[in-house]
Design a protein around this ligand. Structure first.
Ligand code: PEP
Ligand code: MN
Length: 297
């Protein structure tokens, strides 16, 4: 009897080990995977289509600073052909002494800019407690690089009806990035736009290293649209335009670019912000390239 019990116990142990091994071997249910969803997901935001032939350009200041700054920048990027206006109201800053954004006042200015200029808005939510307010003001909810693995925030935006732009983290592998998007889809929100914004490497010549190889790899692995943010990747306005052009060539569905009416006086990320004149030349170049890469701009 003793012997039988011992054998049964050992057997149960073996079964448990095998089950765990099977679980580890089994691919998880992957809503983001192109294998189960071969067609591109096209995310629609007020007539702007991410993931189809359109090359959708999101542009605007790093942070909303004032009514005049936002409206002038919004007018400039719209006249150059931007499809969506960006602007941070809640800013994730490395130093607590740096400008942290205008908060709720910034959201009101974004709503005003949308009404006056007529572009849909994207802005970042940093904290779940601010989600209702941000959601009420924005057309796309941005999850910043530093929150890419804030799983409770991902679940919260997964319950939203608004599209989510999810930025890759500074140290996120592509598998981890896709799993973060999976959280949002699994919570019920299918409208996710991925954003490659550079990763931290040993190289110090640029703020981060733009991982352009992520673009064709992600486009192969997932049906979700993907845009490239060259501004936060290189952190220097001199290199933003060549990398923006490269992003179109390598298959991105659009861009996020920081533009400021007066980069030298910007309260945040002025060194990497394009002036309206330079942004205009970039858009002219992208329009010339678009036909070659089967894109509409
Ligand atoms: C931003 O886009 O405003 C931003 C802070 O970027 P990231 O989260 O990629 O650093
Ligand atoms: Mn910025």
């Amino acid at each position: 009897m003793m012997v039988q019990t011992q054998a049964a116990h050992e057997n149960r142990g073996l079964v448990e080990v095998l089950t765990q091994t099977e679980i580890r071997k089994k691919p998880p249910v992957n809503l983001v995977s192109r294998q189960i969803h071969p067609e591109n997901t096209v995310v629609e935001v007020e007539g702007v289509l991410f993931g189809g032939p359109q090359f959708a350009v999101i542009a605007g200041p790093c942070a909303v600073e004032s009514r005049d700054q936002l409206l002038a920048t919004a007018q400039a990027v719209k006249s150059s052909g931007a499809a969506v206006l960006r602007g941070g109201a809640y800013k994730p800053r490395t130093s607590p002494y740096s400008f942290q954004g205008l908060g709720a006042e910034g959201l009101d200015l974004l709503t005003l800019a949308k009404e006056e200029i007529g572009l849909p808005i994207i802005t970042e939510v940093m904290d779940g407690t601010e989600l209702d307010l941000v959601e009420a003001h924005t057309d796309i909810i941005q999850i910043g690089a530093r929150n890419v693995q804030n799983f409770s925030l991902l679940r919260q935006v997964g319950r939203s009806r608004k599209p989510v732009l999810l930025k890759r983290g500074l140290m996120t592998t592509l598998d981890e990035f896709l799993m973060s998007a999976e959280y949002i889809l699994a919570a019920g929100n299918p409208n996710v736009i991925l954003c490659e914004r550079g990763i931290r490497t040993f190289e110090t010549a640029t703020r981060n290293t733009l991982d352009l190889s992520a673009v064709p790899i992600l486009k192969e692995r997932t049906h979700l649209p993907l845009v490239v943010d060259p501004s936060h990747a290189v952190g220097d306005c001199r290199y933003v335009c060549p990398l923006a052009r490269a992003a179109m060539a390598v298959g991105a569905d659009g861009l996020m670019v920081e533009v400021h009416i007066s980069p030298e006086t910007a309260l945040c990320d002025g060194q990497q912000s394009l002036s309206p004149a330079v942004f205009q030349t970039l858009m002219d170049d992208l329009r010339l390239m678009a036909g070659l890469f089967h894109r509409v701009l």
